[in-house]
Ligand binder design. Structure first.
Ligand SMILES: [Zn+2]
Length: 158
């Protein structure tokens, strides 16, 4: 078994595009600023699973200098990363994800995100855990300027 850890952060943009977290559209909030669709949850998960297999990171495999990842649906990046991890000889065990933001409230969307991520990762729903927290009004995250995500993952040898 191998453990991996991922981190990502993005600030809110002022576009009309909707916020996407864990592959789930969250109405009423703008997308996060990023080269791709800004799905900070998926980016953190991708870094965690690539890290667990010790095969690099998201910036190395999906560079933001490449046009094909511009506004890219991050679920495509996740599926590609899952393929790389399988080729390296591992399957996903379970994930524990913590989303830190003042808004939106995560709990109403947590089940949908778990289901979506489990589907993309090829695991059972209960293999994915999503927890939402605020930053207790501290720093820029506490001022509601963006979202930070931490992800831990366990890989099992195939
Ligand atoms: Zn990102």
């Amino acid at each position: 078994m191998r453990v991996g850890f991922g981190y990502d952060s993005h600030c809110f943009s002022d576009t009309d595009r909707p916020l996407v977290l864990g592959g789930v559209v969250i109405p009423g909030f703008p997308a996060l600023k990023a080269h791709s669709d800004g799905d900070v949850v998926i980016h953190s998960v991708v870094d965690a699973i690539l890290g667990a297999a010790a095969i690099g990171d998201i910036g190395m495999h999906f560079p933001d200098t490449e046009e094909r990842w511009h506004r890219a649906d991050s679920t495509l990046i996740l599926s590609a990363a899952v393929d790389m991890v399988r080729k390296a000889g591992y399957r996903i065990g379970n994930l524990d994800i913590t989303i830190v933001c003042e808004k939106p409230k995560i709990r109403p969307y947590a089940d949908a995100m778990c289901e979506r991520l489990a589907f993309l990762l090829g695991v059972e729903g209960r293999a994915v855990s999503i927890k939402g927290k605020t930053n207790e009004k501290m720093d820029d995250v506490g001022a509601g300027k963006g979202i930070v995500v931490y992800a831990a993952v366990l890989l099992e040898e195939l």
